[in-house]
Design a protein around this ligand. Structure first.
Ligand SMILES: NC(=O)c1ccc[n+]([C@@H]2O[C@H](COP(=O)([O-])OP(=O)(O)OC[C@H]3O[C@@H](n4cnc5c(N)ncnc54)[C@H](O)[C@@H]3O)[C@@H](O)[C@H]2O)c1
Length: 337
């Protein structure tokens, strides 16, 4: 039995804790949070114990799962790697390029496995699209377009409902807004599909003083000559999240839209009377992308195999997101170094 400890007991830690609790051969040891009350609530909901310090947690576990905000990844991730404990780090790898580079250095120096939780690569539809692309069925890739939209991720939205935690998403210095927090999923996915990005151009609402809304449009120029479009939005009404993908090649086109309903949808009544959809059907654990990414971490760690997402991939996704933010600020395309 492997024991996992979660650092940072907020919204996404719930999602991870549920998956760890479903996973054979893994036991959730508990949570450490700088706000002890947050760890207490997480333990009441998901089990395990409250750890009084990060080192106390490190002493009790085989894996560490870092679920703090991006600005607070660098310290726990490097400490876990230096303690020799295989680690999961939520996206973004870190909020700044400098912190990402420190983490990549620590992973290289220690040789401790570090998995960056870029969950979109584990969504069955996105994984299938990559598989089709790699099979050559649609020919040489030319254009990729992805859309990811939802409501503003404040304390009252989606899975955050009922958490008495002030959302850090509204603070650009903490979250990097829609470009660093949301579009990074598609930046990583498109780079996985199409290879290195040479240039990025972005337009958006980030600095338009329209909070609490944010929306961005990005164009990526790949070294291959292919072009990527990304639309990311936190401007939709609650309950209208969606994602879309379209890849066009010399021999065909591939499309998927999450708004096309799955055949069985389970929508459960929430405390405030609204319905929240499970969004997936049928719900075999292996179809759940969060389960799939954490199971991948365990499988690769135990088999001493490389992860699908490397620390370098995490660094590049932040570099491109940061270049997009610079493009938005300057109104010019930005070259990726
Ligand atoms: N992959 C996804 O779909 C997805 C979805 C949501 C969030 N995320 C990512 O997960 C991370 C956390 O997001 P969230 O929404 O859960 O945030 P949150 O604000 O709900 O929770 C973060 C928790 O971390 C704690 N914390 C902060 N600094 C800490 C430190 N140094 N040590 C210990 N605990 C600390 C806070 O007290 C808080 O309880 C972010 O990086 C975010 O981008 C990913």
């Amino acid at each position: 039995m492997r024991r996992v400890g979660i650092v940072g007991a907020g919204g996404i830690s719930r999602t991870h804790a549920d998956r760890w609790n479903q996973m054979p051969g893994v036991e959730l040891a508990g949570f450490y949070d700088i706000i002890e009350d947050a760890a207490q609530r997480a333990v009441q909901r998901s089990g395990g114990k409250v750890f009084g310090s990060m080192n106390e947690l490190f002493d009790a576990v085989d894996y560490v799962d870092v679920c703090t905000p991006g600005t607070a990844h660098v310290q726990p991730v490097i400490a876990a790697l230096e303690a020799g404990i295989p680690t999961v780090c939520e996206k973004p790898l870190a909020n700044s390029i400098a912190d990402c580079e420190r983490i990549v250095d620590a992973a290289d120096r220690t040789g401790t496995p570090l998995f960056v939780a870029m969950v979109v690569r584990f969504f069955p539809q996105f994984a299938k699209a990559k598989e089709v692309l790699d099979s050559g069925a649609i020919g040489a890739p030319g254009v990729i377009r992805t859309v990811r939209s939802g409501s503003y991720p404040d304390a009252g939205s989606g899975w955050r409902k009922g958490l008495a935690i002030t959302s850090y998403y509204a603070d650009f210095a903490q979250s990097g807004g829609v470009l660093l927090d949301l579009c990074i999923h598609d930046i990583d996915y498109q780079r996985w599909c199409f290879g290195e990005v040479e240039r990025v151009f972005a337009r958006g609402m980030m600095f338009a003083g329209k909070e609490p809304k944010d929306h961005a449009l990005l164009t990526l120029r790949f070294a291959s000559g292919a072009v990527g479009h990304i639309e990311g939005s936190w401007s939709y009404p609650r309950g209208r999240s969606s994602s879309r993908i379209e890849i066009a090649g010399t021999g065909g086109i591939l499309e998927w839209d999450s708004r096309t309903r799955p055949p069985v949808e389970v929508a459960l009544a929430q405390e405030d009377g609204s319905l929240a959809s499970s969004g997936s059907s049928p719900t075999a654990p292996k179809d759940d992308p969060y389960y799939a990414e954490l199971a991948h971490f365990v499988r690769c760690t135990e088999a001493k195999e490389p992860f699908l997402v490397t620390p370098y991939d995490g660094l590049m996704a932040v570099k491109i997101s940061r270049a997009a933010i610079e493009s938005l600020e300057t109104g010019r395309p930005v070259t990726i170094s």
